[in-house]
Design a protein around this ligand. Structure first.
Ligand code: FAD
Length: 70
């Protein structure tokens, strides 16, 4: 069981065993190319798209922000 402030689910379908372990997370973000995935139903935020592309864009953004603050 995990209860982080932010749970990022990259390409996770939301099988019941998975949902039981993380559904009490404070904010759930689902990144999935299937908007009908069960994890999208419990998510606070859904990003519909390719998980790898979204992860790369997020990493680029975080890197940019880190360099800007340095
Ligand atoms: C007795 C038992 C206990 C279990 N306990 C646990 C447990 O504690 N925790 C657990 O997590 N699992 C557990 N499982 C396994 C669970 O049932 C699922 O098999 C597992 O959670 C599925 O993982 P998944 O979402 O990674 O894969 P999948 O169900 O195959 O889903 C993949 C998802 O990723 C999406 N996707 C694929 N590629 C991309 C892409 N490039 N971009 C965007 N989206 C993409 C698909 O649309 C899909 O929604 C257990 C199983 C059993 C039988």
């Amino acid at each position: 069981m995990v209860t982080p402030d932010v749970y990022l689910a990259f390409g996770v379908s939301g099988a019941v065993q998975h949902l039981v372990g993380m559904r009490d997370s404070r904010t759930i973000v689902a990144i999935n190319r299937d908007r009908g995935a069960d994890l999208c139903r419990v998510a606070d935020v859904v990003v519909e798209g390719d998980a790898v592309a979204v992860a790369e864009a997020l990493m680029d953004h975080l890197e940019h922000e880190r360099n800007r603050g340095a």
